[in-house]
Design a protein around this ligand. Structure first.
Ligand code: GLY
Length: 350
């Protein structure tokens, strides 16, 4: 097992390893009072791991309740959020109790936001069961639900008390969902780590799960500790996301997050190469790695369509969008880009 300490204002540990779900009860007892623990999960994950999580928590001395909602991004909304808050109130959950987010990004974001706001804040533990959640959304305290106008528009920065990543849970992931998470893994290589990029190039989908997740979490930890509230360095974690979110939105969310981010990273790389900001070799290497993982790197959408969707993204600041531009593998810059130049940046990358 590897442990990564995240020293934000409220510090916590991320534990990555095999068979950790069996230790959930004792791990949670080490960071909270033994009281009520509410497992929040979805209809895909709870049937697989709900019983194991419940037993471990009960063995650890907790009274356990479960709140399970239909799997999918469409559940990450105000209705599910309020239903969860009402459930917590009906079970008389108090400030000394805790929530356990057992699942992927949707479960983690929703549970974190409920934890941030129920009784003005109670403890929560992230137990990511997807690669995407393990390397990204479970770490760093970004919590949110979607509004009709867009993704993650209501949320809070609220750090978990512990992140427990049992790599065995990733083995039950459908290949497609696993590949989706690989886009975020590749992102860390492009942003910060040429060695990680080379490891992924060498091993493709057979990469060393525990080592790579630990490396990604360590990189994210460094970013979050330098910029907990997303005002500077943390924005780099949005590499490929501005255009990726546009691809997702335009497809009516039929293109998944990871695949959309892969397309976004490819467009940014090609655009940077065509504008002389990175070499063609760098751009080609990125596209080749995405291809090796079975991730998409093209879209049939036009630059104009993507621009319209990108402009509703919350990361826009007035007349400027902070684009993350690849300079080389392991080296990217934040480039404030005037909105009126965005279409030509996208066009150059199509
Ligand atoms: N998922 C990007 C971040 O945590 O900042």
């Amino acid at each position: 097992m590897n442990t990564i300490k995240v020293d934000t204002a409220s510090a916590y540990e991320v534990k990555v390893g095999k068979k950790l779900l069996n230790t959930l009860g004792e791990e949670v007892a080490a960071v909270t009072k033994r009281g009520t623990a509410v497992i929040v999960s979805d209809s895909n994950v709870f049937p697989l791991y709900g019983n194991m999580a419940q037993k471990s928590l009960e063995d650890g001395g907790f009274t356990v309740f479960s709140f399970v909602f239909p799997a999918g991004e469409s559940s990450k909304n105000g209705t599910t959020y309020l239903a969860l808050l009402n459930f917590l109130a009906s079970k008389q959950v108090t400030r000394s109790d805790c929530l356990i987010a057992l699942g992927g990004g949707v479960v983690g974001d929703l549970t974190g936001f409920a934890a941030a706001t129920y009784l003005r804040g109670i403890a929560y533990i992230q137990v990511p069961t997807t690669l995407l959640a393990a390397v990204d959304s479970s770490v760093g305290g970004k919590t949110a639900i979607d509004l009709d106008a867009g993704k993650n528009l209501a949320g809070a920065f609220y750090q978990p008390r512990l992140v427990l990543c049992d790599t065995d849970t990733l083995t039950s992931l459908p290949q497609d969902i696993f590949i989706d998470g690989c886009a975020e893994v590749i992102k860390y290589g492009i942003l910060y780590d040429a060695e990680l990029f080379a490891h992924l190039k060498q091993h493709a989908l057979e990469f060393d799960r525990e080592a790579v997740i630990t490396r990604c979490v360590s990189l994210k930890r460094d970013v979050v500790m330098a910029d907990e509230f997303d005002r500077g360095e943390r924005m780099k974690l949005n590499l490929g996301h501005t255009i990726g979110h546009a691809v997702e939105a335009v497809s009516n969310f039929t293109v998944s997050h990871g695949k959309a981010v892969a397309i976004g990273m490819a467009i940014i790389a090609r655009s940077a190469a065509r504008n002389g900001l990175c070499s063609k070799e760098t751009s080609d290497e990125i596209i080749a790695l995405l291809e090796a993982f079975g991730l998409p790197y093209n879209t049939a959408e036009t630059a104009g369509t993507l621009l319209c969707a990108a402009l509703s993204d919350k990361k826009r600041a007035g007349g400027t969008v902070n684009l993350i531009i690849t300079k080389a593998i392991g080296d990217c810059d934040i480039c404030p880009t005037p909105v009126n130049e965005l279409e030509s940046v996208i066009e150059a990358g199509l």
